[in-house]
Design a protein around this ligand. Structure first.
Ligand SMILES: Cc1ncc(COP(=O)(O)O)c(C=O)c1O
Length: 465
């Protein structure tokens, strides 16, 4: 049923009034098996399709107010695409011309989009050092210096950027979560989003954890942890990460910084589309991947985790949503198998899923394990996994105190097993099992239908699957 509450009741005066108050939406299927609630801040719902819409108009109006941008002026910027689009929207509404420099790793869709808004787009080489004259930032500065009436928006140094998020993104998150937000996950390109929204949230509740997520190859996370400015390595995720520390990145409000690979980011972006119906880009996949990892560790139904869904997936149809591009770049194994295929490959003739309810006595659980020659036993309630029983742990509990045999298993059970969808690729299952989960439950058509243990994984690997 679509939204019942009327929205957009009063008319808007111009495109900028459509920016902001983007929805906060619960993630339901990619969080299978995770008890910690995780929400996405749907910044792709902004009119230009990204989080950058919040800074475009603000930077233009600041330049006008400072007398730097006058009628007939030209807006120049170095952009991965989304800031360019936000600036181009403001320029269209206000009658300015735009010139953007963009590294050649950015998608063609973004270049075409900016040209559709009438902007001139100058493509620059991605793999050059920050001080190289062809670096997109230096090219933009040179163009601004040599163009009559031109102004650099300067998103990496312009404090209007984080301020816009302090004024809008932060207050929205606080209001939409009813002040219950506990963890805020965002990445940094300029750092405006994480710095502005993070500062606001910390002012409301200093306990809120602000966690930065960086692509492997960017220098930000290593700098956060070591204080040293390292050498960046090329990576394919667009919009996040950097080869320098921007002025607009205020690390004093950040509590931790984690890194995620291109492959994990792109595969998660595809999962968010396939399992949540939300069409997002790679940087959203990167942030959600990290948020799910931490949410699984936190394992707290009272927590409230938010991940920024930065932009609209259509910008990447020729990239992570193109299987050939994914395979060519090694992000999708040639003959990628699915979890369903791993399950089907199990040789044992056991019924699909052997489980016990929480009230079962330990004695019955022990005999269920040995009668079926299994080492892992999920505890299910209402069709959901509420706990797990490992043969070894159960034996230790019984040997330490035999009286436990007549206790219900809910008194000794461990955390629930992670759940993966039967359509998920085997890489996801392998990663979870290698990360410590003794087993995984497999969901198919909404029901928990199977279990995969590390033993099954080793056997399928040994069989060359
Ligand atoms: C797709 C995408 N995600 C995330 C970001 C990061 O936002 P910020 O510059 O506020 O750190 C950007 C910035 O360009 C982006 O384009």
């Amino acid at each position: 049923m679509a939204a019942s509450e009327p929205r957009n009741l009063t008319p808007y005066q111009h495109v900028n009034e459509l920016v902001g108050w983007t929805p906060l939406i619960r993630l339901n299927r990619v969080t299978d098996g995770i008890r910690t609630p995780v929400y996405g801040k749907a910044e792709f719902m902004n009119p230009g399709g990204s989080v950058k819409d919040r800074i475009g108009w603000a930077m233009v109006e600041a330049a006008e107010a400072e007398g730097r941008l006058r009628p007939g002026g030209v807006i120049v910027e170095a952009t991965s695409g989304n800031t360019g689009l936000a600036l181009a929207m403001a320029a269209s509404a206000k009658g300015y011309r735009c010139i953007f420099t963009m590294p050649d790793k950015m998608s063609l869709e973004k270049v075409k989009l900016l040209r559709a808004f009438g902007a001139d787009v100058v493509i620059t080489p991605t793999a050059v050092a920050p001080d190289h004259p062809d670096h997109y930032l230096n090219r933009a500065k040179a163009i601004a210096a040599s163009t009559e009436g031109a102004v650099m928006a300067n998103q990496f140094y312009n404090q209007t950027n984080p301020e816009a998020h302090y004024q809008t993104t932060g207050p929205e998150l606080w209001a939409q979560s009813g002040g219950r937000i506990t963890h805020f996950f965002a990445g940094a390109g300029t750092g405006g989003t994480i710095s502005g929204a993070g500062r606001y949230l910390k002012e409301q509740n200093p306990e809120v954890q602000v966690i930065g997520v960086d692509p492997v190859g960017s220098i930000i996370a290593p700098f956060f942890h070591s204080g040293e400015l390292g050498e960046g390595q090329p990576y394919k995720v667009e919009g996040l990460g950097n080869d320098k520390i921007p002025d607009t990145l205020h690390l004093d409000v950040v509590d931790d910084y984690v890194t995620v690979s291109d492959g994990d980011a792109f595969r998660m972006a595809r999962r968010i589309v396939a399992e949540e119906g939300l069409f997002v880009g790679g940087s959203s996949g990167l942030i959600v991947h990290a948020a799910l990892e931490r949410a699984r560790e936190i394992d707290d139904p009272q927590a409230f985790v938010v991940a920024v869904l930065c932009d609209w997936g259509e910008h990447y149809l020729s990239k992570q949503f193109d299987d050939e591009w994914m395979r060519t770049n090694g992000f999708l194994k040639p003959d990628q198998t699915t979890v369903a295929e791993m399950l089907a490959a199990k040789v044992d003739s056991l019924p699909e899923l052997i489980s016990v309810p929480p009230s079962t006595t330990v004695r019955v659980a022990v005999s269920t394990l040995s009668a079926n020659h299994v080492s892992q036993l999920p505890v299910l309630s209402g069709g959901e996994c509420v706990g797990s029983l490992g043969e070894r742990e159960l034996m230790v509990a019984v040997l330490e105190d035999p009286a436990v045999l007549d206790e219900p298993v809910e008194t000794v059970m461990e955390a629930p097993y992670p759940v993966v969808d039967q359509a998920a690729d085997s890489e996801e299952a392998t990663r979870l099992l290698l990360r410590g989960a003794p087993a995984l439950l497999v969901r198919s058509e909404g029901m928990l239908k199977g279990i995969l243990t590390r033993h099954d994984l080793v056997r399928s690997l040994a069989a060359g699957r």
